[in-house]
Design a protein around this ligand. Structure first.
Ligand SMILES: [Zn+2]
Length: 329
């Protein structure tokens, strides 16, 4: 049975038809305006209506970058889209060609985590944590086959676990949050700092950014490290360290079998994951007397949000066919 997944970004949406095996059969995109939630509702309804002319489906999952209510109908708050206690599922439903489609809203990091759990490297485990290393640090927790959403939908905001008392300020209003150390933004911040303080050592990095420290981006760092540049390798090592050290604290709480690491920077492979594994083991409580969780790269790339949202919507609609069921609390 097919289902539709919608990945709602700041300036565009991507909408895909997904089959039982997590494959996207067709994908369409529409531009949106983040300050105008109605434009997002209309774009989703338009894309879903278009796909319905070519495919049959009963369920639509909306992956939203925001805090989603535990009944999965509303976005309570989003940092980059003007959703404030917004009844997203109902608003989209009101614009659709038929009224009986099953629509659920899901946090985007949860949707991505579910895709990796159902179809990716975590398909054979029952407990995992996904960390998406992007602008921030997105988290998804699956324990005993269930997504952990929390009492009101605010769980798994792992990026805002404090790891450094009085550390770097965070957009959430506090200091020292994990995402200020384990994110693409942290990598770029440290790369820029190194380039402006030690320009000789940063020669390779600066060359890749046309000579301007302020123009350095994450892919410059991974490309430099890939080519053997010492500073690039060191910067990825530092990022990996923060990922692993923080994960050890997560294991003290949740004891997952696996960490799946997503985001563009995982293209760096073992330059990132090896230091992550080392720091994880080094900080793990009761080391030597417990299993050590695998830390592996995500496999679904940018499609994870669409695939996971579709699978979760299909499961909650009670339609059989997903490789995993029971994810709905
Ligand atoms: Zn924070």
């Amino acid at each position: 049975m097919y289902a539709v997944g919608v990945d709602i970004g700041g300036t565009k949406i991507a909408v895909g038809v997904v089959d039982d095996d997590g494959r996207i059969l067709e994908q369409v995109r529409r531009p949106t305006q983040p300050e105008a939630p109605e434009s997002i509702d209309a774009a989703i309804a338009d894309a879903v209506t278009e796909l319905a002319t070519r495919y049959e489906f009963e369920a639509v999952g909306l992956a939203a970058a925001g805090f989603v209510s535990s009944d999965r109908e509303r976005v309570l708050f989003a940092p980059n889209i003007a959703w404030r206690d917004y009844p997203l599922a109902q608003r989209v439903a009101s614009k659709l060609y038929r009224t009986d489609l099953h629509i659920v809203v899901e946090n985007d990091a949860n949707a991505a985590g579910w895709a990796e759990f159902a179809y990716g490297p975590a398909r054979d485990v029952s407990s995992m944590i996904m960390l998406t290393i992007g602008t921030g640090l997105g988290g998804a927790i699956i324990t005993d086959g269930q997504l952990v959403r929390g009492s009101a939908g605010f769980a798994a905001e792992l990026g805002h676990v404090r790891v450094v008392p009085d550390g770097h300020p965070c957009g959430c209003g506090h200091r020292g949050c994990w995402e200020q150390y384990a994110s693409g933004s942290a990598l770029v911040r440290e790369a820029k700092r190194a380039a402006s303080e030690r320009s000789v050592r940063a020669a390779d990095l600066l060359r890749r950014a046309d000579g301007h420290a302020s123009a350095i981006k994450g892919p410059h760092v991974t490309a430099a490290a890939d080519a053997g540049d010492e500073l690039g390798i060191e910067l990825l090592h530092e990022l990996g360290h923060w990922i692993g050290a923080g994960a050890a604290s997560m294991s003290a709480v949740l004891d997952p079998e696996m960490y799946v690491i997503g985001g563009g920077v995982v293209a760096a492979g073992d330059l990132l994951l090896k230091p992550a594994r080392e720091s994880y083991s080094a900080a793990l409580p009761a080391l030597g007397h417990r299993p050590i969780a695998d830390i592996v790269p995500a496999s679904m790339g940018n499609d994870a949000g669409i695939v996971g949202a579709a699978a979760l919507a299909r499961d909650s609609a009670g339609v059989s066919g997903s490789s995993r069921t029971g994810g709905i609390l």
